[in-house]
Design a protein around this ligand. Structure first.
Ligand code: TXA
Ligand code: MG
Length: 321
């Protein structure tokens, strides 16, 4: 069975109502957020949560982010004792920042993969917010892609990757940021940065010292698996298109300037705007991956600000090649 796609831009109320009804009955629904599309299920319904893992073919050791509508709902899933955590939430919610906090018993260990910490964020997208409002329960939602593949930034991406696994997709248009949320674990006065994202390290440093921490202790934080975000075609990182001599069967992901001779090219931002580049990144990779190319070459970007998050995703996409 193929998923039904509802137009949440032109018919927001009807689509939100359908999504809420499906979620109430324990189904899972793909929803737009301001970062990437999420595959959402009632965080308090263990069988809905299990359906998320099954649809994505995601291993159970990879925990899910819980999405809350506000601070009051946050208090129902986690303890906010850390002062920096409180300030981060105040500053960035609703928005693309996920915070790791000690979980309450209401959150199943299926959601956190056995961890005493739960990852929580309050998304800004009006459609997602309306669904949270209508359901009045927190939503567990990973990115709506098959495990290990490129995250979806449009409803069409979700349809292509998981169209036979979900019954309902709400189409809210292209995602604003195009990159998954920044994940931070505030502890002992330090902000442990688990995933680079739209809220940059430089911005986080205003709240305290930041330490890059690709995993917490022994258990790998699975979004940090080296090969996450991989396209199906081999992807190689280059500094400049000049490095690529065999172009006829190759795709090229350029930062600003479109090179010639490639079978397919994508330009992330002709003006060099990192915000625009981030928003275009996954869609460009999806197009190159679907095209008639045998390999994809992607240009490295300077690792500062949003560039860190973009380079992080490209490096992981390249890890399997
Ligand atoms: O922007 C986003 O964060 C999107 C939208 C849908 O909200 N969600 C998203 O979820 O990217 P997902 O599951 O694709 O990535 C979440 C990452 C995973 O790498 C997971 O391992 C990590 O967060 N994570 C979730 N809960 C965790 C926990 N309790 N401890 C450590 N890492 C956790
Ligand atoms: Mg993901």
């Amino acid at each position: 069975m193929q998923a039904e796609v509802l137009d949440a831009v032109n018919a927001p109320e009807a689509s939100v109502r359908r999504a809420v009804a499906a979620l109430k009955s324990g189904e899972i629904v793909a929803l737009p957020t301001e970062t990437v599309y999420g595959l959402a299920g009632d965080a308090w319904n263990v069988s809905a949560v299990a359906k998320i893992f099954a649809a994505k073919k995601r291993p159970y050791f990879d925990p899910l982010i819980v999405h809350v509508k506000n601070r009051a709902q946050l208090e129902q899933v986690a303890f906010v004792q850390d002062a920096i955590a409180g300030r981060l939430i105040e500053a960035f919610w609703p928005g693309p920042l996920t915070v790791l906090l000690p979980k309450r018993d209401s959150v199943s260990e299926l959601v956190t993969a056995g961890s005493p910490l739960v990852a929580v964020r309050s998304p800004a997208h009006p459609v997602f917010r309306a669904v949270l409002e209508g359901l009045d329960r927190p939503l567990a939602a990973p990115s709506a892609n098959p495990f290990g593949r490129i995250s979806p930034t449009t409803a069409a991406h979700v349809q292509r990757g998981l169209g036979d696994q979900v019954t309902l997709i709400l189409d809210g248009g292209a995602c604003l940021h195009g990159l998954e949320s920044t994940i931070v674990y505030p502890s002992g006065g330090i902000l442990h940065l688990l995933r680079a994202g739209p809220i940059s390290r430089e911005v986080l440093e205003q709240f305290g010292p930041v330490e890059i921490s690709s995993n917490l202790g022994k258990k790998a934080a699975p979004g940090q698996l080296a090969s996450h975000y991989a396209p199906l075609k081999p992807l190689f990182l280059v500094n400049h298109a000049d490095e690529v001599t065999h172009r006829a069967n190759a795709g090229y992901l350029a930062w600003q300037v479109r090179p010639s001779g490639f079978a397919a090219t994508e330009v992330l931002s002709s003006t060099g705007d990192p915000v625009e580049a981030a928003a275009n990144l996954f869609a460009a990779l999806h197009r190159l991956d679907a095209g008639e190319v045998e390999a994809i070459y992607a240009e490295r970007i300077a690792p500062d600000g949003l560039g860190t998050a973009i380079l992080d995703r490209l490096t992981r996409a390249a890890a399997l090649a």
